[in-house]
Structures are given as structure tokens and as C-alpha cells.
Design a protein around this ligand. Structure first.
Ligand SMILES: *[C@@H]1O[C@H](CO)[C@@H](O)[C@H](O)[C@H]1NC(C)=O
Length: 305
């Protein structure tokens, strides 16, 4: 009896220690979670087409628009009509750029282009496209062939143009080049073959005000961030390409994206299958979240309950 009580006491102490050990982790994980294991798909439905990376909408709320693996930017016209071609770079042709089993997109993307970041300047209707190989491009309202605006900065060629954003008030366009040395296909190789040990940090660069020209740590994240989009409540949705401590086995669930507030604090998370690695998460009216991916053959839509 007495030994039984001792065991119980020991077990209680162990439990207490475990609780103490696990408490900080549990506490950190108790933000509201969106379950994205089942999503609605906007399927590309065209041969080997894949990878709708960025997801954006025009001033009227039409879309989404997304750049895909053959070099085009497509527009979604609803489930009945599906996707249509919206724009393409000056080197694009369907003969040279449509993928086949003998000619995968990886063999043509250097020539055919790979549109990644997309953003409309809402007032003018111009669409700006960050294409990994073509640089920064602009498309007149209504679509058609894009015009290449920037291929080098200060005499240095862009190697991997990746993201774009626009200050809708001033019309200033910001874009990123992800590498001075490597193009997109070389990067893909690195992230696919090895556990890339990049930083899980989100940095903030100040454009205006007393801190203008300086960079600071905005958020430490439990995964590798990709595109960042405002959540229209002062915070941001951050798509995660990979969790920091992701196990390749076990429960098929991982972090897809995080919502952070204006101070960089995590306030919401989205979880889903490990086969989904979102590149961008955009929130629209009615709690609908659109999710782009550089590998999948569809844009996903999750509706917040
Ligand atoms: C990427 O760069 C490497 C090295 O310069 C080159 O061999 C390769 O063809 C480039 N890939 C594409 C798709 O342009």
C-alpha cells in the first residue's frame, strides 16, 4: 500500500516535471489553428502544368492570377471556365514552352521564364511580374505580352527575381532578387537534395521614418518563410516552405503558414499535409484563404470556420 503510494507520488512528480518541460511548447502552440488537410482546388488541368506560385487578385477582385511552370501567368475565371492565359514574356511560345515527358519544364524554364511574384497596381490596372529568369516585367490592363522593365541593378544582372510588391499610395514598386550567384533551378536542386539550413527569420526593412534604411529582426519563425502578404488587419500571412524541426515520418501534419501581428507575434496557424509546401497565402473576404505552391497542380482554397 505504502509502496503504491510512493509510486504514485513519484509518478506525480514525474508528471509535474514533464508538464513543466512541455508547458512552454504547449503554450506557444495554442494559437487558433486552421485545418487545411482538406481544401478546395482550382485545378490547372492541363498536361504537365504545375506550380502556381504567387496568387493575386485585380482591383475588381477578379482572379486569382497565378504564374505557372511553362512561363505564363494565368487567370482563374470560375469553375466552369477554369484558367485562361493572361500574360507571357516576349520569349514565350506554346510550341517551345509546353512541357512533355521528353521535355520537362525544368529544361525550358531558362528560356520560357518562370513567373513568381505577382502584384497589380490597383489604380492603373498594370500587373507587375517578378520572373525568375526574365527580371521585373509589367503588363498593360487586359493582359497580353509583358514588357521587361528591369534585368539588372547597378550593372549587376538579376539572377533570381522572386518577389514583388507595390506601395498602392505612391505607386513605388519593390522587388527582390533571391541570389547574386545562383539561378532558380540551382536553388531548387539545393532545397530538394539537402536539408538546407537557412535561417527561420523574418526581417523588416524600414523605408520611411527615423529607422529608414535599416533592417531588423521582425519575427523568429518555426519554419522557413516564403512570401509574406498583409492580412488586412495590420498583420501578415507568412507561407512556410518547411518546418524547422520537421520529421519525414509520423503524423502527416505540418505547419503550412502563420499569421503574425503588427509586432511579429504569432497569432494564428494553418496546418496540413506534408505534401503541401505553400509559397504564398492570401486572405480574401469571407475567411477564404488562397494558397499557392511551386510544386502542386492547383491553387488551394481553405475557408476559415
Ligand atoms: C542556371 O545557371 C547554371 C550555371 O550558370 C546554368 O548551367 C544553367 O543552365 C542555368 N539554368 C537555367 C534554367 O537557366
Amino acid at each position: 500500500m505504502a509502496s503504491g503510494r510512493r509510486d504514485l507520488a513519484a509518478a506525480t512528480i514525474t508528471l509535474a516535471v514533464l508538464l513543466v518541460l512541455f508547458l512552454p511548447i504547449t503554450a506557444a502552440a495554442t494559437v487558433p489553428s486552421i485545418d487545411a488537410t482538406r481544401t478546395r482546388h482550382l485545378p490547372l488541368r492541363h498536361g504537365l502544368l504545375r506550380g502556381p506560385e504567387s496568387v493575386t487578385f485585380d482591383a475588381k477582385g477578379n482572379g486569382p492570377y497565378s504564374g505557372v511552370s511553362d512561363g505564363r501567368v494565368l487567370k482563374w475565371n470560375g469553375h466552369k471556365l477554369g484558367w485562361s492565359t493572361y500574360t507571357y514574356n516576349p520569349d514565350y511560345s506554346s510550341e517551345a514552352c509546353t512541357a512533355s515527358l521528353l521535355r520537362p519544364d525544368t529544361a525550358t524554364e531558362g528560356h520560357c521564364g518562370r513567373p513568381l511574384g505577382l502584384r497589380f497596381h490597383l489604380k492603373s490596372g498594370y500587373l507587375y511580374v517578378a520572373d525568375a529568369y526574365k527580371g521585373l516585367m509589367r503588363v498593360t490592363p487586359g493582359g497580353g505580352e509583358a514588357t521587361v522593365l528591369v534585368t539588372e541593378v547597378d550593372g549587376v544582372s538579376l539572377r533570381f527575381t522572386n518577389g514583388v510588391d507595390i506601395d498602392q499610395v505612391t505607386g513605388e514598386v519593390y522587388f527582390t532578387d533571391s541570389s547574386r550567384n545562383y539561378n532558380r533551378s540551382q536553388h531548387e536542386m539545393v532545397t530538394r537534395t539537402g536539408d538546407s539550413d537557412g535561417p527561420c527569420k523574418l526581417l523588416r526593412y524600414w523605408i520611411k521614418g527615423s529607422k529608414a534604411g535599416t533592417m531588423e529582426l521582425f519575427a523568429d519563425l518555426p519554419g522557413y518563410p516564403d512570401n509574406v502578404r498583409p492580412d488586412k488587419k495590420g498583420g501578415y500571412w507568412v507561407a512556410l516552405h518547411h518546418e524547422k524541426d520537421e520529421l519525414p515520418f509520423g503524423v502527416d501534419s505540418h505547419l503550412l503558414a502563420l499569421r503574425i501581428d503588427v509586432d511579429g507575434k504569432i497569432i494564428e496557424e494553418m496546418r496540413g499535409s506534408k505534401s503541401v509546401r505553400p509559397t504564398e497565402v492570401v486572405e480574401r473576404k469571407g475567411g477564404r484563404l488562397f494558397m499557392g505552391s511551386v510544386e502542386l497542380t492547383y491553387v488551394s482554397v481553405v475557408t476559415r470556420k
